[in-house]
Ligand binder design. Structure first.
Ligand code: GRF
Length: 207
């Protein structure tokens, strides 16, 4: 399975994927890492592991349609089977979502449908969680559809919130879960063990 990982920032989820693949846990290969942010540390992580890291953003493709076209060209050239959004802070063009129906996996740092959608990204999610005063939060891995954080849910895992938790301590707790859930979802996808029926996801016989 040929994988493209789309990033925008630090790339700790990318790193978790790279580590799991290098341990031989995933029957897939990251063919390319694409960032919409030029200085994303995630691009350095890719290069460090001999993975093609490409910047596609406003600086080299000012027009949106050129960025979309370049992205599609790369996905086709590299014969990508699975797209993983690992902290990718841009909305994917609908054409790509349709071309890759149920073959785009996203990780979101909350228990969808809570604290997700427009405006809920990165630390803003944890701030909203703390401001609301909920007792549980967590991470969700889901397939991407036309909406924002609205596609079929693959996995969720919860974490308890302590009274003295801050955005910093909470994001650390949730990232730890993200780094477990995302590789697991990619592993099972590569093994053909994830079935989507309507908007519900069935995981076939995994330990
Ligand atoms: C993670 O919290 C992820 O859930 C969210 O953006 C953050 C990306 O972190 N989508 P990293 O770049 O993978 O470290």
């Amino acid at each position: 399975i040929k994988i493209a990982v789309l990033v925008s920032g630090n790339g700790s989820n990318l790193q978790a994927l790279i580590d799991s693949i290098e341990k031989g846990e995933i029957k897939g290969k990251i063919e390319v890492v694409i960032s919409n942010k030029k200085g994303a540390y995630a691009l350095k992580r890719a290069k460090r592991h001999g993975i093609d890291g490409i910047y596609i953003g406003k600086l080299n493709y000012p027009k949106r349609e050129d960025r979309d076209k370049k992205l599609i060209d790369i996905l086709n050239e590299k014969k990508i089977d699975l797209i993983v959004l690992a902290g990718y802070m841009s909305v994917l063009n609908e054409r790509i979502v349709n071309m890759y129906r149920n073959r785009i996996i996203n990780i979101h740092p909350s228990l969808i449908p809570s604290f997700c959608g427009k405006g809920y990204y990165g630390e803003k999610v944890h701030k909203a969680v703390l401001d609301y005063g909920v007792k549980l939060t967590g991470a969700t891995v889901h397939f991407v559809d036309e909406g924002t954080d609205t596609g079929p849910v693959i996995f969720q895992r919860a974490v308890e919130i302590d009274f003295d938790d801050t955005v910093e301590t909470l994001s650390k707790k949730v990232l730890k879960i993200e780094h477990q859930l995302l590789p697991l979802a990619v592993k099972l996808f590569c093994e053909g063990k994830i079935e989507v029926i309507g908007r519900k996801v069935k995981i076939l016989d995994y330990m």
